[in-house]
Design a protein around this ligand. Structure first.
Ligand code: ATP
Ligand code: MG
Length: 469
């Protein structure tokens, strides 16, 4: 049994479904046919018995009518009447007291198939003569001058034939039904499993050709189409993230290449003919150090970007006083850039405790203040303000009065490695990662970061963060 089950489960689902449906139909058909067969059989045999009993009844009432004159002679004279009520394949015999036939009337049924036997009460029996199935009904007949037995023998040949035909029809019907159900199951399984097959094929194509392959779309509302749909969506996401990764690696290596190329250029120049020229050595070393510094910044930026992408806003959540944190950061920046006048307007946060990861807030503020400082030209003034909106959103705005950003460039500044003025930004040590790191962090909190700017007038960056207390 276990072996059979193992064999079955090894078959393709299509065949399993086909076999199951055929098997179920076979069981159903067999039970149905058996019940039907028994029913028909009983109904038919009861009809045969009834018909024989009816003939017997007619004979008995005929003899009862004539009971005062009934004797062997009278019985022989009744031959005509008995012949008229006898049926095909039936024998009627009147026996005397000793069981000797007084009168025998028959149609197509030899007399010697059933031996005569007198009875004292009505008896019904079913006997076989070789292949022939016979029904025998015996009943006593009694009058003043005669005492005997009426014997009716009926050949059930037609009944048996009919039974045979019904059985044959049922078996043939059963086999036909099973074959049809198997075929139906096969077609249905094929139809149902087509999308699954096409998903498998698509997966194979993906293995061979890459992530751009998709499952052909079936506009059905069934579960398998839903699976195909989800699979396609998943592949879309996978492809996008794969493309982004690729783009990131390309961008990063491109960015890393420039400082490495500069350092390598200086070093090989020194190696070839500058070793003994102190001015050249000085110059090259300085330039190389500067590039190394950039390289360090770039690597640090990349690291922070990765961290920001994987940051969890629930990680190190703390209840802290944001007003104080902002004041502290502004103080630190002022110490490094004493030439700047940084004003704050954070009264709204006084005494308010907020649940966020403090390091993330600090990082965002430092990135924005660094930009404000870096891209200020004549007016060294920065204004930091913070308000609470509806007691659930923290809004921080940092305004500077620097060079600003041309309108058409504003939408790109949050892209990785994007710098408005590459040459100028490079001189200022920018790698184009600050704002994208800030954006990633803000998005982790389902917040929002916006930049408004006017060239040569200044820039305002607004960060909105939902928070809880
Ligand atoms: P990093 O911050 O990684 O050192 P970066 O400052 O160049 O480098 P981002 O902070 O992402 O990179 O800024 C992207 C670009 O947007 C900058 O190169 C600069 O051109 C422009 N930008 C950002 N902030 C300002 C600002 N406050 N005023 C003018 N331009 C700005
Ligand atoms: Mg920056």
């Amino acid at each position: 049994m276990n072996k059979l089950r193992r064999c079955f489960t090894r078959l393709p689902i299509k065949w399993q479904m086909t076999l199951w449906s055929a098997f179920m139909l076979f069981v159903l058909f067999t039970v149905y046919n058996a019940v039907q067969y028994i029913g028909i059989n009983q109904w038919m045999s009861s009809r045969e018995v009834e018909s024989v009993r009816k003939t017997m009844g007619e004979l008995q009432s005929y003899f009862t009518e004539k009971s005062d004159i009934l004797d062997a002679g009278q019985i022989v004279r009744s031959k005509h009447f008995i012949q008229s009520i006898n049926q095909k394949n039936q024998l009627i015999r009147i026996l005397d007291n000793e069981g000797k036939p007084v009168l025998t009337v028959l149609t197509d049924l030899p007399e010697d198939w059933v031996a005569p036997r007198p009875v004292t009460k009505t008896e019904l029996e079913s006997v076989w003569h070789q292949e022939e199935h016979l029904l025998v009904l015996r009943a006593p007949v009694v009058s003043e001058k005669f005492r005997g037995t009426i014997e009716i023998v009926s050949n059930l040949e037609t009944f048996d034939e009919l039974k045979g035909v019904i059985t044959l029809v049922m078996i043939l019907g059963g086999i036909g039904g099973i074959l049809l159900s198997g075929l139906g199951g096969l077609l249905l399984a094929g139809r149902l499993l087509r999308p699954v097959q096409s998903i498998t094929e698509t997966m194979r194509r993906i293995q061979r050709n890459g992530l751009q392959e998709r499952v052909p779309f079936y506009d059905n509302k069934d579960e398998i189409s839903a699976l195909a749909h989800v699979f396609n969506e998943m592949m879309d996401q996978l492809e996008t993230s794969f493309r982004k990764q690729k783009q990131f690696v390309e961008d990063a290596s491109h960015e890393l290449r420039t400082p490495i190329a500069i350092i390598s250029g200086h070093l090989s120049m020194l190696n070839r003919w500058g070793k003994h020229d102190p001015v050249l050595v000085d110059e090259s070393l300085l330039a190389s150090l500067e590039e190394l510094e950039r390289l360090k910044g770039l690597v640090q930026g990349l690291l922070e970007l990765t961290r920001a992408e994987n940051a969890s806003p629930d990680g190190a959540i703390e209840l802290f006083d944001l007003g104080e944190t902002i004041a502290q950061i502004v103080k630190n920046v002022s110490v490094v850039h004493p030439e700047f006048e940084i004003t704050t307007e954070v009264d709204a946060l006084k005494g308010v405790q907020i649940r966020l990861v403090p390091n993330h807030i600090k990082q965002i503020l430092l990135i924005l203040l660094d930009n404000a400082v870096k891209y200020s030209t004549k007016r060294n003034k920065i204004h930091v303000s913070a308000v609470l909106v509806e007691d659930r959103i923290l809004r921080i705005a940092i305004r500077d009065y620097g060079m600003g950003i041309p309108k058409e460039e504003v939408e790109h500044v949050f892209d990785r490695f994007y710098r408005v003025d590459k040459a100028r930004s490079r001189k200022r040590g920018g790698s184009g990662l600050g704002l994208s790191i800030a954006k990633r962090l803000v998005e982790k909190y389902h917040g929002d970061i916006r930049l408004e700017s006017e060239e040569n007038q200044g820039t305002t960056v607004t960060v909105q963060l939902p928070f809880s207390r």
